[in-house]
Design a protein around this ligand. Structure first.
Ligand code: GRF
Length: 206
């Protein structure tokens, strides 16, 4: 097996998307490996998921830094010392500034639980459900300097049933997320994602 592409995952909470990546990494021939999981919250369950798989973790708590810049410098130095090639935001609830985004330009993926550009920001599943949409979905995108505005890598629609509850919609969305995010990680690690302006072309396997 050729060398696996090393990645860092930033989390803040439950970590079910992290789990999906960790499970995918255990598959034979999966082209990526998680080198470090960093949480901005010490109590995040995601950290336990990482420990259970023997993955290195760090807590970089934003409240302990005098500025956003100092917080992000610490994130960058942790990721660099783990020698990651790219970064996945898997339920990371902090907006990253230009400094961080430029440092890892074109090498940060985020998962968002709606069909962007609809319902950016927090509570996207709730927003879509309250709005009464008939279709919502999941987006994996590159991170740029805006909030949920970067070029779209993968997207999948989820239709709402006539009697859809918020809980059932959440379940549907999460199960799509857990498939789409590892797929995007795989494509990135295989070097198949070719951003051309706003469009991301998916190249053939080399
Ligand atoms: C997911 O719905 C993701 O799309 C959003 O935050 C949630 C994180 O869930 N950005 P988990 O921590 O991965 O379970």
């Amino acid at each position: 097996m050729t060398k696996r592409c090393p990645l860092g995952v930033l989390v803040s909470g439950n970590g079910s998307n992290l789990q999906a990546i960790l499970d995918a990494c255990e598959q034979k021939n999966f082209p990526a490996e998680v080198r470090i999981v960093i949480s901005n919250k010490a109590e995040a369950y995601a950290l336990e998921r990482a420990h259970a798989k023997g993955i290195a973790t760090a807590v970089v708590s934003h409240g302990e830094f005098p500025s956003r810049g100092a917080f992000e410098e610490k994130l960058i130095s942790q990721l660099e010392s783990s020698k990651v090639d790219f970064v996945v935001l898997a339920g990371f609830m902090r907006v990253l500034s230009t400094r961080f985004v430029r440092h890892f330009a074109g090498r940060i993926l985020n998962i968002h639980p709606a069909l962007l550009p609809a319902f950016p920001g927090t509570h996207a599943i709730n927003q879509a459900w309250n709005y009464g949409v008939k279709v919502t979905g999941v987006t994996v995108h590159f991170v740029d300097e805006g909030t949920d505005t970067g070029p779209i890598v993968l997207q999948e629609a989820v239709a709402l049933d006539e009697k859809e509850s918020l809980e059932s919609l959440e379940e549907k969305i999460h199960s799509v997320e857990h498939r789409l995010l590892p797929e995007a990680v795989r494509l990135f690690a295989e070097g198949r994602l070719r951003p051309e302006g706003r469009k991301v072309r998916i190249g053939d396997p080399s």
